[in-house]
Design a protein around this ligand. Structure first.
Ligand code: FE2
Length: 206
């Protein structure tokens, strides 16, 4: 079965000016779709990967040094995860996640400030991540298509900092894009589900 472009988990008009319909049309409908189409084309040339899950394709492609396949498959997964990190309904962390944030960063405000610093400071294309590493929350960023799936990292939250994620709505103002999403559009329920891996598996497909 070829991989598919997953449906967005919300109506693409529900974010108003935070994320425009035009951005979703291009980012999901064209960029994300292109990664799906390219991955399916590359897998058609590798019978050994027939029927493999997306996460298995990503790890196998990296192990084989097939970077074209790795980049496209990892971008499918990263984008599927990213869409689920967003919600049009403003949320705040609670429960175990809130406790971990307070213990690791002192407060949600401190976490968001450090996340913004990482996302804005990341040079060129890539992804800013909140992860669990060694049992602790940590903020990091990865370049291009690189993904926590091939590192000893449990991903909780990501923001896409490729220019295609924000150029339509925010032009070159990456800080404004990051600020807007962090303040208004983070699905903290999904972030909390990732503490035990529930959300991570929802970004996979086979
Ligand atoms: Fe993207």
């Amino acid at each position: 079965m070829p991989f598919i472009l997953p449906e967005l988990p919300y109506d693409k008009s529900s974010f108003g000016n935070l994320i425009s319909v035009e951005t979703f049309d291009f980012h999901h409908g064209k960029h994300h779709k292109a990664y799906v189409d390219k991955t399916n084309g590359l897998i058609a040339d590798d019978a050994g990967l027939s029927g493999a899950s997306l996460s298995d394709v990503i790890t196998t492609a990296q192990a084989k040094g097939n970077m074209a396949l790795f980049n496209n498959a990892a971008q499918i997964w990263n984008h599927s995860f990213y869409w689920q990190c967003l919600t049009p309904e403003k949320q705040t962390p609670s429960g175990e996640l809130k406790t971990m944030i307070d213990e690791g960063f002192g407060s949600l405000e401190n976490l968001l400030a450090k996340f913004k610093e990482e996302a804005v400071g990341h040079f060129a294309s890539g992804w800013a991540w909140l992860i669990v590493e060694g049992g602790k929350l940590k903020i990091t960023s990865l370049h291009d298509a690189d993904t926590p799936l091939v590192h000893e990292m449990k991903p909780l939250l990501t923001i896409d900092v490729w220019e295609h994620a924000y150029y339509i709505d925010y032009r070159n103002a990456r800080p404004d894009y990051v600020d807007a999403l962090l303040a208004n559009a983070i699905n903290w329920e999904f972030v909390a589900e990732n503490l035990d891996g529930q959300g991570v598996s929802r970004a996979d497909q086979s």
